[in-house]
Write a protein that binds this ligand. Structure first.
Ligand code: TRP
Length: 473
């Protein structure tokens, strides 16, 4: 394959790789059958995916169990990109695909039964808000939705709505990928001038991970600082930890119980894949993530009104929670929440999976120094470039699989500049090192600015945001 990317190709022979893959496949199956710890299964699946990518790079064809490579397997020209061979995995706990271009989002829209954010919707948001659409909308990063047209119809008739998003505080360390929904939610709050609630599911992380309640709650408060640093308006934003708010708000808890009464074990098993050996906390947790979608869960903000429509910006992996929520809403007399779904923020190693806070080398953290950013991008960002400068100049690079280019689509504001970079990279005029330099110089000031804003967030500010109170809107 002449367009074999420069990074990530190990020195193993096709046969060695094949044997490793077969063994790893067995390991994953054994762990799954034994219902091993989620983290162990995840780690094994990650390695399996990585081996599959290496195998494809080395042999030019997809790994198939039971079909060893012929001894003279050579890297071939072109060939299909490998997508479609297997279904992408997208749920609240796993995101993976075998395609270097990342998850096939059009297929996901069909599978999940949501709607595409098309040009017509983007134009409509522009017309109604009177603002240039955010780059995440212009570039298909928020690519899917449910009921956005209803929300906009009502807004045009002076019927406002509120925003709800959240974060599972599983560690102190947040990376740039975690900021995507918050950056976009902040923009929505500004252009529509509406209230926002942010749920920190410290309870969820306690139930799913090997962490103490104290740790989860502490991470919630620490993560709140990074969220606040995104610039939310304290007069329009309520941030809450489930561990604190659930116990102090009878109205919230009443909604949780209502939801719990209207969803069966069979339904959550179908939606989330729970099994008989999952603890009952997990089984009932989806009701807690659903409750903030209903305005009367926040009487201090909505004065007991239950009819204020909710719009939830989130990454597409959270959709199962809200499919369930939309299913119960009419049965308990509430409006269904609308949704805007984002794509995933790819890992440095490639779009086969998303950034993970538990793998330091897969992510750019909000605490990284300028030097760390430079090293990580240069060392780990998967390249769509050619092996040698001569080849690259001659054939050009592939921006569709190049992680540095993908990151620029998230963070470089100027559309024309981005398009020029794409063309220059594809033609070979721009080298991988030069592309990485542009990314480094985009990320460094962005992260530094975030760090300075976070430094200004005091314990007092956090307390203000996290106190149940009326909001201005
Ligand atoms: N479950 C989410 C996570 O683990 C956190 C979350 C709670 C959330 N409510 C939300 C995310 C609403 C998006 C929208 O990160």
């Amino acid at each position: 394959m002449t367009d074999c990317p420069g990074d990530g190709v190990g020195a193993a022979s096709p046969m060695e790789l094949y044997e490793k893959l077969t063994a790893q496949g067995d390991k994953v199956r054994t762990l799954k059958t034994a219902k091993a710890d989620k983290a162990d299964v995840d780690a094994a699946v990650q390695l399996l995916l990585k081996l599959k990518v290496d195998y494809k790079h080395t042999t030019g064809s997809d790994y198939k169990a039971g079909c060893p490579p012929s001894e003279d397997a050579v890297v071939q020209d072109g060939g299909p990109s490998g997508d479609g061979a297997e279904e992408d995995t997208v749920d609240p706990w796993n995101v993976s695909t075998s395609s270097a271009k990342g998850v096939d989002y059009d297929k996901l829209i069909v599978r999940f039964g949501s709607s595409k954010v098309d040009q017509e919707l983007v134009d409509r948001i522009e017309k109604i808000s009177g603002q240039k659409p955010h780059r995440f909308l212009r570039r298909g990063i928020f690519f899917s939705h449910r009921d956005m047209h209803q929300v906009l119809d009502a807004y045009e008739k002076q019927k406002s709505f509120y925003l709800y998003t959240g974060r599972g505080p599983s560690s102190q360390a947040m990376h740039v990928g975690h900021l995507i929904p918050f950056i976009f939610t902040k923009w929505l709050q500004d252009v529509f001038d509406i209230p926002l609630v942010i749920q920190l599911t410290d309870d969820e992380k306690y139930l799913w991970k090997d962490l103490t309640l104290e740790d989860c709650h502490r991470f919630a408060v620490e993560n709140a600082k990074d969220i606040i640093a995104c610039g939310f308006d304290v007069n329009k934003t309520f941030i809450f930890s489930d561990l604190d708010y659930m116990g102090s708000s009878p109205d919230f808890y009443r909604n949780v119980v209502k939801i719990q009464k209207h969803v069966t074990f069979n339904q959550v098993k179908g939606i989330f894949g729970f099994t008989d050996s999952d603890c009952i906390g997990k089984i009932s947790f989806p009701a807690i993530q659903a409750a903030p979608s209903f305005s009367n869960s926040f009487p201090q903000i909505f004065k007991g009104r239950k009819d204020v429509t909710c719009l939830i910006p989130c990454a597409i992996d959270q959709d199962p929670y809200f499919r369930m929520t939309r299913d119960v809403a009419p049965r308990i007399g509430y409006p269904k929440p609308a949704l805007l779904h984002s794509t995933f923020f790819p890992a440095l190693q490639g779009a086969q999976t998303k950034m993970s806070a538990s793998d330091a080398n897969s992510s750019i953290f909000l605490t990284d120094t300028a030097k760390q950013i430079k090293n990580k991008v240069n060392k780990h960002a998967f390249s769509g470039g050619k092996d040698t400068v001569e080849e690259h100049r001659k054939h050009g690079g592939n921006p569709d699989v190049d992680v540095s280019f993908m990151y620029l689509t998230f963070f470089l504001e100027d559309d024309e500049q981005l398009e020029k970079i794409r063309q220059d990279y594809a033609s070979g005029a721009l080298l991988t090192g030069e592309l990485k330099k542009i990314l480094i110089e985009t990320l460094q000031p962005m992260i530094t600015a975030h760090q300075e804003k976070r430094k200004q967030v005091t314990e007092e500010t956090v307390k203000q945001f996290m106190t149940p109170r009326p909001l201005n809107f």
